[in-house]
Design a protein around this ligand. Structure first.
Ligand SMILES: [Fe+2]
Length: 363
């Protein structure tokens, strides 16, 4: 590596055989591995970075020697640390798009026995979950709280007004359409909660009624197709904020967001689709026209008849783990007279799953 101080007081670092990377003096200063800048134990910043002089300049720098600044501060400049500072950023996430042709053998999956005994197997499963937006765990205990054995490997489940683990089965006077034998259109769960549940664990106890197959759609793939084929529709869904609402005798939940949520770089980071609970505001008529046309275009991509829909049957002891910010899930209708269908589900927050995945990633 070679170092040069630029005319603006930045530090140009040129790796052997590579191109120079110019580091802003304030950027460099606020992450220097010095016990006055960062706490050595937590790595958290001690100095108020917003008070760093904006006319700060690097005045001297030597690899594995001293770096000095125009305000008199000086510290050591380790080569290995500096190499890390000029390394390319890791991609935000690894994402594999799929459609209805994805074979069951290609699902990210593992047995509960493997996950129980081998942290590396859990790391591989969570990487697959990040890439595909879902994963299948086989051999889960066939008891009502069997999902907990998997959840306990990751972190605490999210407790809601429905409790920790909730039934998914037909009941009289259902409080939600989930609790009927009716088919369920593709949807994301609970966009009326804040935060929206990050991951869904759907644990199958019995599933021998006629019908009741699971359907999944990769919402990111659908959004990518919409952006390519109908950019006006994509833009309308990415800008129109809608409200989602759930109300019963004891609970009134309300949250808002866009059907396609993008980040500052324009990348899709969340899909919300909940026909049961979505209400768009009383917008100007032309904005509503654009929204309704766009919503219909997205629906055509995710509808059960779409080639994007993956259909399969959950077997007793299997548990589906789904990214609720990416996947749209549903089911075919079933007949109560033909057998029983009893699933249980709970939620994990995104940070809980992300934390476990990062901790288990090979260094
Ligand atoms: Fe659901």
């Amino acid at each position: 590596m070679e170092l040069t101080i630029t005319a603006n007081g930045g530090l140009a670092v040129t790796p052997a055989g590579g191109a120079a990377v110019v580091l802003h003096p304030v950027w460099l200063r606020e992450r220097l591995p010095d016990c006055l800048v960062l706490d050595p134990h937590t790595g958290q910043r001690l100095q108020e970075a917003a008070e760093t002089p904006m006319d700060l300049r690097v005045t001297a720098a030597r690899i594995d020697g001293t770096i000095a600044f125009s305000d008199g501060f000086a510290t050591r400049l380790p080569a290995q640390w500096l190499a890390g500072m000029i390394a390319p950023d890791a991609p935000m996430r690894h994402c594999v798009h799929w459609d209805g042709t994805l074979a069951r053998e290609s699902f990210p999956s593992a047995t509960m026995a493997d996950l129980r005994d081998d942290p590396a197997a859990l790391g591989t499963l969570l990487s697959g979950l990040e890439a595909y937006g879902f994963a299948l765990v086989r051999g889960c205990p066939l008891d009502p709280d069997g999902a907990l054995e998997f959840a306990d490997l990751i972190g605490p489940i999210r407790v809601t007004n429905w409790g920790g683990i909730a039934d998914v089965k037909a009941i009289p006077n259902a409080y939600d359409l989930t609790m009927t034998p009716r088919h369920l259109e593709p949807h994301s769960d609970n966009p009326y909660r804040d935060p929206v549940p990050g991951y869904i664990l759907l644990h199958c106890l019995t599933n021998d009624a006629d019908g009741g197959d699971t359907t999944l759609v990769d919402g990111f793939h659908a959004a990518a197709i919409l952006a390519r084929d109908n950019p006006a529709a994509f833009a309308a869904l990415a800008r129109t904020e809608v409200t989602f609402r759930y109300r019963d005798a004891t609970t009134f939940l309300e949250h808002y967001g866009r059907l396609i949520e993008t980040n500052a770089a324009g990348e899709v980071v969340q899909i919300r689709y909940s026909n049961r609970t979505e209400m768009v505001g009383r917008l100007p008529l032309d904005a509503l026209d654009a929204y309704y046309a766009a919503r219909a275009a997205l629906w055509r991509l995710i509808a059960p008849s779409s080639p994007l829909t993956l259909t399969f049957r959950l077997q007793p002891g299997e548990m589906l783990v789904m990214d609720n910010y990416r996947l749209l899930h549903g089911r075919t209708g079933y007949t109560l007279a033909s057998g029983s269908r009893h699933l249980r589900q709970c939620y994990l927050d995104r940070d809980t799953v992300g934390s476990r995945r990062r901790l288990l990633q090979p260094a």
